[in-house]
Ligand binder design. Structure first.
Ligand SMILES: *Cc1c(COP(=O)(O)O)cnc(C)c1O
Length: 384
């Protein structure tokens, strides 16, 4: 019944966890969910107010333009200049998206032919690989391993694969490993991309969720990057707006235009009132980001300390709201996740669900109250 592009998607490995969660919940267990990467904190009120006002304006109720309001794209360019030290032409180098996931998935349709090769990190946000498969193309895994700081080792990519690869997905600060990248790494990326004529699609939704003085660079900060690639970013994690569906892509005008051409035939742009609220987010006071980061930092520290008490060593990440934690000896990531759920009522995400190189790890999310995090740690201490 289903098309080949659906049938060839990898199995959804989190289904087993979802089923187990319902079963444990039905037993009346108080579940602590550290699985989802979805901010529990509210969208700042000045952004909500801007939406309410803008939604009432008749001119915002019509079809938006495909590429997004100029004022929104201008706000993005200004924000990138201030926060990322990257200059962008709002007219040709910014494209509004219905969340960055939408742009990530649609970009494969713009650039990949049937049978083309695309380089995707493993472990990774599953959309990269699955969007490549849905475009009829072949995903080639770049392993992210601990000994390499969870970054791809370009030297180890087979010459024939590198020669034939059309594009590459990257994501730093990284989900699920919480690894970060510096400009030196991005320089290597640009060199590799030039050498093999590979388009770079960098996904940067955690660019503002950084701790302890660390600042996450934009990929576009590196010289030559704008010639080879684009960067996806989003208001979802920065301003607690996952449900709103607004993000953007910035960088190479030709690449952005390819994505725009796909989008003009699939969606009709982002609701203008949401773009107006997005402008309020990007141009208003950025104190809300600092407040968010302070909350996540306290949660991160509480979780790292709690896991340490349970005998699980974990280094504190410099960015994102995840901890990527090695499972104790004798467990697979799925077994350990099932055990935490069954015996402690704590949901974490098994690393295998992010790819074969995610095996041996689980991902803890910090999108819940610090008291619940402490409670989860108490329960884990009790069972280990
Ligand atoms: C959350 C997330 C996204 C999706 O962001 P939206 O803008 O809400 O679609 C994209 N990439 C990664 C790695 C994420 O973790």
């Amino acid at each position: 019944m289903y098309a080949e592009r659906i049938n060839s998607l990898p199995p959804y490995l989190f289904a087993e966890i979802d089923r187990k969660k319902r079963e444990v919940e039905n037993r009346g267990v108080d579940i602590i969910d550290m699985g989802v990467g979805d901010p529990d904190l509210p969208t700042p009120s000045h952004i909500v107010d801007a939406l309410c006002k803008a939604a009432a304006e008749p001119e915002n109720q019509r079809y938006p333009t495909y590429e997004g309001m100029f004022a929104f794209r201008e706000a993005v360019a200004d924000w990138y200049r201030r926060r990322k030290h990257v200059s962008l032409d709002p007219d040709s180098e910014v494209l509004t998206l219905i969340g960055s996931k939408e742009g990530i998935a649609h970009s494969t349709f713009a650039f990949l032919n049937t049978g083309d090769i695309a380089l995707v990190p493993d472990p990774a946000y599953p959309v990269y690989k699955n969007a490549v498969i849905m475009a009829g193309s072949i995903p080639f895994s770049m392993p992210l391993t601990e000994d390499n700081g969870f970054k791809p080792d370009f030297e180890r990519i087979d010459a024939e694969i590198a020669k034939n690869a059309k594009l590459m997905f990257l994501n730093y600060p990284n989900n699920p490993t919480a690894a970060t990248a510096d400009e030196e790494f991005f320089k290597d990326v640009v060199d590799f991309a030039y050498e093999h004529d590979i388009m770079v699609l960098h996904d940067n939704p955690y660019s503002e969720l950084t701790f302890d003085g660390y600042e996450a660079p934009s990929f576009l900060r590196v010289s030559g990057a704008k010639e080879v690639g684009i960067e996806f970013n989003s208001l979802s994690k920065t301003y607690n707006m996952t449900g709103w569906r607004i993000g953007f892509a910035v960088g190479n005008p030709e690449i952005l235009n390819g994505l725009r051409l796909v989008k003009t035939n699939i969606d009709s742009g982002t609701f203008q009132a949401i773009q107006v609220a997005g402008i309020a987010a990007l141009t208003g006071s950025q104190d809300c980001i600092r407040a968010n980061v302070a909350v996540y930092r306290a949660r991160r520290d509480a979780l790292a300390a709690g896991l340490k008490s349970a005998g699980i060593e974990v280094s504190k990440p410099k960015a994102t709201f995840y901890l990527w934690v090695r499972v104790p000896d004798g467990y697979t990531s799925m077994q350990f996740s099932m055990s935490l759920l069954e015996r402690a009522g704590v949901v974490v995400t098994p690393g295998i669900g992010f790819g074969e190189y995610g095996e041996g790890f689980v991902r803890f999310s910090l999108c819940l109250d610090i008291e619940r995090i402490k409670e989860a740690c108490e329960r884990i201490i009790d069972i280990l």
